[in-house]
Write a protein that binds this ligand. Structure first.
Ligand code: SF4
Length: 362
């Protein structure tokens, strides 16, 4: 830890925050449940994206008891489109645990709260400091970037071995009198002043404490580990029609997009046509023979760690009974019932085209 007047640093940061922070709904409440929901939603997701989801979620599940009693299906439906669905599944499971183990009262000790599903070091520190005023330092991507510049930390952000270094620095700088306000101030500084690409150093309340600014090396921090090339997958999807209904399947509850509904399909093998892959995948996944009748669309979608290109086919059911190999449930639904099911965002991208296609052929 390089030498700075920590109390003066904290005071400058907190004074700036109290006068300049964005007015956000989770900053107007002391309810630990609401703060927890906001922090879970804000992980990997921008504030503007979270705002409508936060309001909708709390309308539907205003207390932890409501969430604990809800069906996972309904929770995923409200979360639909926000991505990283493990957050919703964990929040739902954690609410159940709080209800059963702690009579609906969110625990205030690190060990108890940290053990709940989906609660990592970041969520634990954020909720315990903001809702209960406990002295834990938050370390998220914004905080790491600010710390890297403040202290000229050469450890790359996206490297697990550097996490210890950032945690130690965050601990050394934390405010034990106003930990919640201080943590929010540091995160807000990262979000609106010490931004990734063009930090607004001229407006920064802690400029005088910033080693990167003093040494004119702001552009060199934070360091990054060389990024790996993003894998790309080519996928064939089939919308299978049978007696005016379409087949949807539900993914396993865990893993990527766990618990969500989708049209069956999978990866196209090397040398295989997209159409052949669609027929094969449907046979493997649900044991149905289908005939492709049209290529509906090509849809590209980017996830955090990979990208996909989907070829969407309309298919007629030919024979067989659904036997699931992979999906945990299936339904034959009318397309106008699809809004009752939580689907991955990539599937939503071709739904308007599918609706038009159905109008055209019927
Ligand atoms: S002076 Fe610039 S680089 Fe340093 S903390 Fe402030 S905004 Fe970030």
């Amino acid at each position: 830890m390089k030498d700075i007047d920590i109390q003066y640093f904290q005071k400058n940061l907190i004074d700036w925050y109290l006068n300049n922070h964005r007015s956000l709904p989770w900053r107007k409440t002391e309810d630990p449940y609401r703060i927890w929901v906001s922090e879970a939603m804000l992980q990997q997701t921008q504030v503007s994206t979270v705002l409508p989801y936060y309001r909708k979620f709390l309308q539907k599940f205003p207390t932890i008891k409501h969430l604990a009693r809800a069906e996972l299906h309904d929770v995923l439906k409200v979360w639909e489109g926000l991505g990283y669905y493990a957050r919703a599944r964990n929040l739902h499971r954690a609410a159940g645990n709080v209800q059963q183990q702690y009579q609906g009262v969110i625990p205030t000790t690190w060990n108890q709260f940290r053990k709940l599903p989906g609660v990592g070091d970041y969520i634990a520190a954020a909720v315990l400091s903001i809702a209960f005023g406990l002295p834990y330092a938050v370390v998220d991507g914004n905080v790491k970037r600010v710390l890297a510049r403040l202290q000229c930390i050469a450890a790359p952000l996206n490297n697990s071995t550097s996490t210890k270094r950032f945690k130690e620095t965050a601990e050394a700088l934390k405010d034990t009198q106003m930990p919640g306000t201080y943590n929010q101030a540091l995160m807000e500084l990262g979000a609106i002043i010490c931004k990734p690409k063009h930090p607004l150093c001229d407006r920064c309340p802690v400029q005088r404490f910033c080693l990167a600014y003093q040494t004119k090396t702001v552009a060199e921090y934070p360091k990054k580990k060389a990024a790996r090339q993003t894998p790309q997958y080519h996928i064939a999807i089939g919308v299978v029609f049978k007696n005016g209904r379409v087949l949807i399947t539900q993914r396993k509850p865990d893993g990527l997009l766990g618990g969500l509904w989708e049209f069956p399909g999978g990866k196209i093998k090397k040398g295989e046509s997209a159409e052949a892959a669609c027929v094969r995948e449907i046979k493997e996944e649900v044991s149905l023979q289908v005939a492709v009748i049209d290529h509906l669309a090509q849809v590209k979608h980017a996830y955090t760690h990979f990208k996909i290109t989907m070829e969407i086919f309309c298919c007629n059911y030919k024979s067989g009974r659904v036997k699931r190999n992979g999906p945990v449930a299936h339904r034959w639904i009318k397309l106008d019932e699809i809004d009752q099911y939580a689907l991955p965002r990539a599937n939503h991208k071709f739904l308007p085209k599918l609706k038009k296609w159905i109008e055209m052929v019927s």
